[in-house]
Design a protein around this ligand. Structure first.
Ligand SMILES: [Fe+2]
Length: 126
């Protein structure tokens, strides 16, 4: 597993790797699964994070034209932005707020956004 990838436990806990796993630990403990981020919306509901480059950072929206719901029962838990594999920024969201975050950060070449929906899981733009 790669750094910044996610693992979900059957208890509901979400974990994120802070280092790469190469040869050690070939399997996850029982009850845990590696999450593969989804990259393509199949329904009318939009989850793929959309990144707009701004003068002093990046605006990340979920999704591009139609906003993802932000209801108590169904909402985006967080949006994160990884730049050049060196910096990781995350904003936690709550029901009722806009499903978007402006990250005032230095520009990079490789910009990856991820978001986590409490119902539909992990999504990325790349
Ligand atoms: Fe969702």
């Amino acid at each position: 597993m790669e750094r910044n990838s996610f693992i979900k436990c059957k208890c509901g806990a979400l974990l994120q790797m802070v280092s790469d796993i190469k040869e050690c630990c070939p399997t996850l403990p029982e009850g845990m699964e590696a999450l593969v981020p989804k990259v393509e919306d199949a329904t009318t509901e939009k989850h793929v994070p959309y990144v707009e480059e701004k003068e002093n950072g990046y605006l990340v929206k979920v999704g591009k034209e139609a906003k993802h719901p932000m209801l108590d029962a169904h909402y985006i838990e967080f949006i994160e932005l990884e730049i050049d594999g060196e910096f990781l920024y995350r904003k936690y969201l709550k029901p009722g707020v806009e499903p978007e975050v402006f990250f005032e950060v230095p520009k990079g070449k490789e910009v990856v956004a991820r978001e986590y929906c409490n119902i539909h899981g992990l999504w990325t733009n790349k």
